[in-house]
Design a protein around this ligand. Structure first.
Ligand SMILES: *Cc1c(COP(=O)(O)O)cnc(C)c1O
Length: 219
């Protein structure tokens, strides 16, 4: 079965990979299903897609266990802020967390992964636009925070994630994130949303997070 929104984004993603000289199929598409229910998600699963993103632990907990029971090979990514009192639930439910951004959260995730015997893929969120209201590590603090994740908490961080300011040209933010990842020896980059994922792919994204271009506008 095919899905119009998914097909359109998959095709545009493949074109962006080709244009950037990237290996076809090498960029992971995370379908962001926040605010959408099973009636919208099931057709995307039926079309063969398996990787989804949610921004709230509680919402994900209400939606995904039932979907997963019918489709055990689903992969679920947390792309929104995490409170340390939700770390246990997040580690149990998700396969990846894109929003590691402070020592307390890093410690809580490390402890829960040990306790639950689970290994999640982890990204550090960087506040590339230095927006006071936005989560993420300040760009100049990334090196030290990565060292702390590794040396104090024993965490393996796979890459960096950013959400550029809504009204800005995203390219300088993607380039800054790519340069920081390279400096720190990190292979993965979570960047690019519905409005800018082709640009993100050109700048080296390994994971793009796309919602509205697949599902339509959120209510
Ligand atoms: C909602 C969200 C997305 C997807 O946004 P769209 O513009 O709908 O593609 C990507 N990343 C994060 C962190 C989000 O919260």
């Amino acid at each position: 079965m095919s899905h119009t929104g998914l097909d359109a984004v998959s095709q545009k993603l493949a074109e962006a990979e080709r244009a950037a000289g990237r290996t076809p199929g090498s960029v992971h598409l995370i379908v962001v299903s926040k605010t959408f229910g099973p009636e919208a998600i099931l057709p995307v699963i039926a079309a063969g897609h398996r990787v989804f993103g949610e921004n709230r632990v509680q919402e994900a907990k209400a939606k995904w266990p039932a979907l997963r029971a019918d489709c055990p090979d689903l992969e679920l990514h947390l792309i929104g802020p995490l409170q340390s009192n939700k770390a246990a639930e997040a580690v149990a439910l998700f396969d990846a967390i894109h929003t590691v951004d402070r020592p307390k959260i890093a410690g809580a995730i490390a402890e829960e992964m040990r306790r639950q015997g689970r290994a999640l893929k982890l990204f550090v969120q960087v506040n590339t636009g230095r927006e006071p209201q936005k989560a993420g590590v300040a760009p100049e603090a990334v090196g030290q925070f990565l060292a702390e994740c590794r040396d104090i908490h024993g965490l393996t961080i796979s890459g960096l994630m950013c959400i550029p300011p809504a009204d800005a040209d995203p390219r300088p933010h993607f380039e800054m994130l790519a340069a920081m990842a390279q400096r720190n020896g990190l292979a993965e980059l979570s960047m690019g949303m519905s409005g800018d994922y082709p640009v993100a792919v050109a700048c080296g994204a390994t994971h793009v997070r796309v919602g509205s271009a697949i599902f339509g506008t959120r209510g």
